[in-house]
Structure formats: structure tokens, C-alpha cells
Design a protein around this ligand. Sequence first.
Ligand code: S3P
Length: 456
Amino acid sequence: MDFEFIYAKIFVMYNITPSSGIKAELNIPADKSISHRAVFLSALCPQKTKIYPFLSSDDTEATLDCMKRLGVSCYRDSSSQDNLYVQGKSLYFPKEGEAKLFAGESGTTIRILTGLLVGQKFSSHFSASTYLSRRPMSRIINPLSEMKANISGNRKTIQGKENIYPPLMIEPVPQLVGKEHKNKIASAQVKSALLLAGLYAKGQTIVEEPHKSRDHTEKMLKNFGADIKINNTTITLTPGNKLRPPKEIFIPSDFSSAAFFIVLGLILKNSQITIKNVNLNSTRCGLLKVLKRMNADITIKNQKNAVEPYGDLVVKSSKLKPTIVEPEEIPAMIDEVPILCVAAAFANGRTQIKGVKELTVKETDRVNSMLVNLGKAGVGIAKKYYGQDDLKIEINGSRNYKGGEFESYGDHRTAMSMVIFALTAKGPSSIDDLRCINKSFPEFMKIVEKIKKDED
Ligand code: S3P
């Protein structure tokens, strides 16, 4: 069992050998999306809120750093680093002078927090690291501007796409106004930015989505006492209610992180993996439905509810069948498409994953990163444009693959997907750089190493 570091240039090359089967019970870190939102909303109330367990990762640390710069105190419990306390302010942060904020690589931080900043009485300068500085911001700037927000950014053309990119400049305005938004893409970051801006607006803010994206912001706003009505894909926020935090916010484990080990348990022979306390919000676990259609042996146990539903997942090795994923299924599994590609590579026959255009504007173009990596290992995989302007991935699965020399493209979900693939390939593999995994799941490689060690 050989994990071995090869220090090459500035990268740490990681070598991975196949596994022969895993029996494990895992605890996965807290949900990233809910961790960000718990901090944003707690910051708006003058009380102290306990958030536990809070995800410690590069992205959530970026949110905490922004909060510190906005004068909101967030601190950890000396008895348990998992407990985060937020001593909030009020709807209006008492900040003087320009706020200089840095989102690192966290799209959720820059996009959702901008929705709060447009209502403040001070200016903000919001910058980002390399990959995030190449991700489109017009999707929040345009609808927020319709609410009379004053945001500007770096207008340029990247890979043929003209858009506005970070850094963003946000100037205070006398009064935001509520608007009815009909969003063209299902994006929880866009929806959340609009709803948070709606807290500062005159009149109602209505957001209609083409398909339901993750609804953590709506659930949490409701839990904080906001006047919010949800009618399928339409959400109406009426400003004016005083926000009151619950004393404590419990955050279940991140389904998107659990997904890597769910797929590992299915495609690896002689395996059974139990994953404890996983968030089972239906707007997040679309992958479960698709995997079940593919003949996956997954059982849910000990279901509970604490604003968000959660439970234990028991996954057993399964002979997967191919499937067709329709575009309307994608929003509930937007971050799981890379690992679904890995599962599909082990399903005997042709799987189609339709409606994946949004994947091209994630941390990297994930259609491309999975095509290149799985292609290197001998998986039959192709992308095809279809309809007006959409994209699908086709994968011809079998069970036997050699390993490969994989690239993370600086993307955590590509990197983790390829580690899982490497564990099930027939030969050794390497991956160029795994530091990007710290964005969402810093313990990932430790868990992989532990379950491999237990197998020896
Ligand atoms: C997120 C929403 C999704 C997802 C991202 C986290 C969130 O992005 O891909 O990882 O926390 O709201 P989009 O809103 O761009 O779909």
C-alpha cells in the first residue's frame, strides 16, 4: 500500500495504487453551502449564534476572513474547533471607510456576500484568486443592478466569453428596490444573493428559477424569522421582519463530499461503506436518485430533521447499469457530475448526462477536465452539443481500466473524482496536485489513506 510523495517543481505529485475492497464507517465534514449561509445570516443579528460543526476549509475560511474585515467577530471554541460562534451586528454593519474583501477561490463567498454588501452604507472592493477571477459575475450584477444596486467589475472576454469578472466594486445606494426576477439558469448562488439583497429593498423580491436549485438559504431565512414564501420554484421575500437567530445551528455532513465515498463503495468490489449524518436535502441529493436507477445498493438509516434533513447512508458494491440523466435533474446534483462520470465509467453500457453546460464555468471547465482525465485512463467519453446551445456527456462504461497520469486543473471535485477512479483502476495512477482539495474537504486524503491502511 503505497502512497508516495514526489516533490516535482512546485507541485506535490501523488501516486495512488488500486484498492481491493473497503469496509469502513466514515464521518464526513460539515456542509460547505450551509456553513457559509449560517455565518452570513448570524452576522445580521446582534445576538451570539453557535454553529456546529462548522466546516473548516479554504472556502469557509475566506467567508470568515471577510466577516472579520466587516467587523463581525467569529471565533472557535477552545474545547472543540468544530464549534464556531458568531457575534453578529445588525442588518447594517457599522463599518466606516471602504471594506477591502478577498474571496480567495470561493464563488459562494463573493456571489452571495455581494447580495448583502449592495445594501450597506459603505463601499466594498471585492477581489478574488486566480480561478475565481476568471468566473462570470454578470449573473449576479445584472439582476442586482435591476434592484438599483451599484456594482462594477472587470469587463473582459475570457475564452471568447464577454462577461464581468472580479474584482467587484460595490457602492452604497440610497434605496434598493424589490423586483420580480425570472432567472434563466438555476443557480443557488444567484438566488441567494437576490434574496439577501431583498432584505434591504423596498417592496417584495420574487425569484423564479427554471428548476429548483439548492434551497438552504430559504430554509435558513425562514429559521431566522424572515417573511419568506416558497411555492415550488418561486420564492417571495417580504422585507421588514426582524431576524432572530436560533441559539444553535447544527450542520449535517456535506452530501457533495460524501458522494465521493458513495461512488467508491459502489464501484469497488467487496466493499461496504457507512457514512454518518449526511445532509439529505432533496435539492442536493439528486445523485442518489440517479445512482439508484443505475442499480446502486444504497440504504438510508436513522433519518432525522434539524431544519435540514439528514441520516446515515449504507453503500454496498453494486453492478451498475447505464442511465440517461435529463437536464432538469442537474441542479440537484450540479457538483456531483464529475463523480457521476466516474460511476458511469463502471456501468456496463452507454450513460448520457444531459444539460451540463453550467459545468464549464465551475472552478475549471469540468466537462473538459473529466473528458481529458477519464480519456487518459481509456474510458470511452465524449461531449456533444445538442438542442439550442446545451451540452451532454456520453460515457461508454466497462469495468477494466488502466490507471493514468491525471490532472486536477486546480479543481477540488475533479481531483477527488480522479482519486476515487484511481483506487478502482487496474494499475497505478498519479495526480499532479491535490492542494485544491482543501477548498471543500481538507480531510479527504487522510480518510482515503486510513481506509486503505485498514484494508491491508
Ligand atoms: C453553491 C451553489 C452551486 C454550487 C456551488 C455552491 C452554493 O453553484 O455549484 O458549489 O453554495 O450556493 P451555482 O449557484 O453557480 O449553481
